[in-house]
Design a protein around this ligand. Structure first.
Ligand code: SAH
Length: 255
């Protein structure tokens, strides 16, 4: 009885790890999130139970404690359980909480790390998250901090660090994030990009200056990248099959 907390990678099904694909290939039960490519679910054996824990708007969803209980129950039943999460299971994905619940219940678990969108989105947009002499660090930060929590993001500290800033879950709050970073001293012309549906064929990229971030709505899901590296465009991945109208918008943004 083992529960595997597996990173599915950011979208392109080729970005799951070999270990992740192997455990998926012998799963009795797969409990997956919304941002997981459906192609990956085909790696599970025929007959495996596939459970969506997706958090979709206006639909009944499993709460985090229900997910924890489900993993414990399936693990205790002696089944091989794969908890499949987008990107890396421990990057803003509550893998830590699920692992703690399994540990408390005495259920064996393993963590299979994944390729996080925080880095892969940049790479697929032709942006290296570090660059010799230009970006000596990268910070991965949530754009959706819990306002009731005392642990809020210290945007001033992040801005002062001077490296690349990779912001997850920031689509709905992009303008507020821009204002915080500008107030913290980043220049308005700091190169900035967002990458929507990164690593999928329908990936869409916007590039501009920090002062323009959020003037037009940033679509979700997107990774927002701020820093000198966002001025790079290594352009190796062709963004194709974009939804109608989206292509011209993305091209305009590149000019
Ligand atoms: N564990 C995941 C992150 C989960 S939080 C990881 O390591 O990648 C969810 C956020 O991740 C989204 O709001 C978005 O900011 C980002 N994200 C995940 N997949 C993405 C994708 N394919 N394209 C753009 N953003 C993505």
């Amino acid at each position: 009885m083992t529960v595997y907390l597996v990173g599915a990678g950011p979208g392109d099904p080729g970005l799951i790890t070999v270990k992740g694909a192997r455990v998926l290939g012998r799963a009795d039960v797969v409990v997956h999130d919304r941002l997981v490519s459906t192609e990956l679910l085909d790696l599970a054996p025929r007959g495996a139970e596939i459970i969506s824990a997706a958090k979709l708007p206006r639909q009944p969803t499993l709460t985090q404690s229900e997910i924890n209980e489900l993993l414990v129950a399936k693990g205790r039943a002696g089944l091989t359980v794969v908890r499949l999460k987008g990107g890396d299971p421990c990057v803003f994905a509550r893998g830590g909480e699920e692992a703690a619940a399994l540990s408390a219940a005495g259920v064996d678990f393993e963590i299979v790390p994944g390729v996080t969108s925080a880095i892969a989105a940049a790479s697929y947009a032709g942006i290296p998250v570090t660059l010799r002499q230009r970006a000596l660090s990268f910070t991965v930060v949530t754009g959706h901090e819990d306002p009731s929590s005392e642990h809020t993001v210290d945007w001033e500290a992040i801005a002062r660090l001077g490296g690349t800033i990779s912001i997850l879950m920031g689509a709905g709050r992009a303008a507020g994030i821009r204002d915080r970073l500008l107030a913290a001293g980043l220049a308005g012309d700091t190169p900035t990009a967002w990458v929507h549906w990164a690593t999928y064929a329908h990936q869409q990229t916007w590039r501009g200056a920090l002062s323009d971030l959020g003037r037009d709505a940033v679509p979700s899901p997107s990774v927002i990248i701020v820093g000198a590296v966002a001025g790079q465009d290594l352009r190796w991945f062709s963004e194709q099959a974009q939804p109608p109208g989206a292509g011209s918008q993305a091209q305009q943004a590149r000019k």
